[in-house]
Write a protein that binds this ligand. Structure first.
Ligand code: NDP
Length: 255
């Protein structure tokens, strides 16, 4: 099979939350496959530094720092891209947060922040991207779900609701936008080594539980998401729509 199916040359990818963590690893994989990057995070300096590091490595990368929960800021970011003549061919809705505490202790504001960051942002940014992809007759949207798109664990109630929502939002996007040449799919990462999981990595009880539960017997590395992301961003997946691909070391396959 030709590797050109997976070539992203000439494509521009906006990856939200790509200043660090999984988003950065996915952006790096896209850049190595030839894509131009739009790097995002809330922290202006970190976002610009990440874009500068990609440019220093010989890739094309712009910084676009905005808060994915701030609809007005999202609109401005897309208007700036429009004005610069940058069309987003690939959108990865990756920015997300975690907040751990028992469900009975969550305030509505805390619940709302997790839902806004992990779910509503994917709708708003997906909508703005799709409005521009539809007239072009093509586009790729990849939403980042989680094992929590399928299963629950105590203390992460709003995150579980949001990530379950991501799985079905992905289907909603697919059924409306597939006719316009857009593929909307999701990736559900398993337990990956990033800042978000620092507290879990350092907790021996959690680690013992995880190692007893996960068939691969190890945490995932962020760059292990790159293969699935390139597949869903490239011509290799032009008839794949509405799916969630789990990259989880076999976790969801095990009882
Ligand atoms: P990190 O905490 O390591 O990184 C989060 C990234 O998102 C940063 O770039 C951060 O930038 C950005 N971000 C956070 N909030 C916002 C916001 N409101 N607007 C814009 N950017 C924001 O997280 P991970 O890399 O671990 O997680 C990335 C995604 O993967 C999330 O959706 C998460 O739920 C999902 N996931 C992660 C798993 C894991 O094991 N790590 C497993 C399953 C899913 P800044 O700090 O500058 O705002």
């Amino acid at each position: 099979m030709s590797t050109s199916l997976f070539d992203l040359s000439g494509k521009t990818a906006l990856v939200t939350g790509s200043s660090r963590g999984l988003g950065r690893a996915i952006a790096d994989g896209f850049a190595k496959a030839g894509a131009r990057l739009v790097i995002n995070g809330t922290d202006q300096a970190r976002t610009q530094a990440a874009a500068a590091e990609f440019r220093a490595a010989g890739h094309q990368a712009e910084a676009s720092a905005f808060d994915v929960t701030d609809e007005a800021a999202v609109m401005v970011a897309f208007e700036r891209l429009d004005a610069a003549g940058i069309a987003v061919d690939i959108l990865v809705n990756n920015a997300g947060i975690q907040h751990r505490k028992p469900l009975v202790e969550f305030t509505s504001a805390e619940w709302g922040k997790v839902i806004a960051t992990n779910l509503t942002s994917a709708f708003i940014i997906g909508r703005e991207a799709a409005k521009r992809m539809i007239p072009r007759g093509r586009g790729k949207i990849i939403n980042i779900g989680s094992l929590a798109s399928e299963l629950a664990r105590p203390t992460v109630g709003p995150y579980t609701a949001a990530k379950g929502g991501i799985r079905n939002l992905t289907r909603a996007m697919a059924v409306e936008w597939a006719q316009h040449g857009i593929q909307a799919n999701a990736i559900g990462p398993g337990y990956m080594l990033t800042d978000m999981n620092q507290a879990l990595v350092q907790n021996p009880d959690f680690n013992n539980w995880l190692m007893s539960r996960i068939p691969s017997k190890r945490w995932g590395k962020p760059d292990e998401l790159v293969g699935a992301a390139i597949f869903l961003a490239s011509d290799a997946s032009t008839y794949v729509n509405g799916q969630t691909i789990y990259v989880d070391g076999g976790m969801l396959a095990a009882m």
